[in-house]
Design a protein around this ligand. Sequence first.
Ligand SMILES: [Zn+2]
Length: 269
Amino acid sequence: MSTSPSYQGRHRAPGRHRAPRRGPRVPVGFRGGFVLPSAAAAALVVTATGATVAESSPAHLDLTGSSAKLQARSAALADFDHLESVQQREAQSSAVKARVQESQHKAQVARIARDAERRAVAKRRAAAAALQKAEAERKARESWIMPIKGAVFTSGFGWRWGRMHQGDDFGTPVGTPLHAMSTGTVVFAGWQGGYGNKVEIEYWDGTVSVFGHMSVISTSVGAKVAPGDVVGQSGNTGHSTGPHLHLEIHPHGGAAIDPAPWLRDHGLQ
Ligand SMILES: [Zn+2]
């Protein structure tokens, strides 16, 4: 901005036609000859004429018109305010509803997830239980037991009196129940030379057991047996020098082996 003396001087100089502008400002509506649209303007009219609202009928008349307009406007504003508050309430209500719905939805989703998790856990537990049961059943099915209880070992596998003795002998009274040693199938049941009454069982792992010198055979070829099933009774039939069980073990149905280590390996002696 310029600071030349002439410019400053011009503004400092109190010009005559600048003076009226320092006086009280008159509202635009007031300058048009006292036709005023507002109550404030009406009050000014009354003050200007020096009369009260009640005394001055023209002012009163003017006011009546203004008042009606004001009332209408005020009513419109009130309506608007009312409408606005209704809208706000509705908006708030909608927001509350939306929040409630959202929380309900979340709860439902959580419930579904929980149910799914419970079902999954139950399924896993059932599967684990089924697996455990199957494993227990398999162990039972594949377990091994001695054919007789309380037997006394009397003679072992090997050469004896100039010939090969194919098994172990266990002294036991005639009529002692003889049990299948595991799960399998009877492959021979009958009389055979020096064995007397003989039963052969082929087990689940291919092992074949032979019971000789039996007094009673209570099974037949093809019969399915479980560990402990009774297949007959001990005796003294065939080439036998006393009541005993002659037991042979043939891995995979092949040549007989010494039963003692095999029995030990199977936890039986
Ligand atoms: Zn023998």
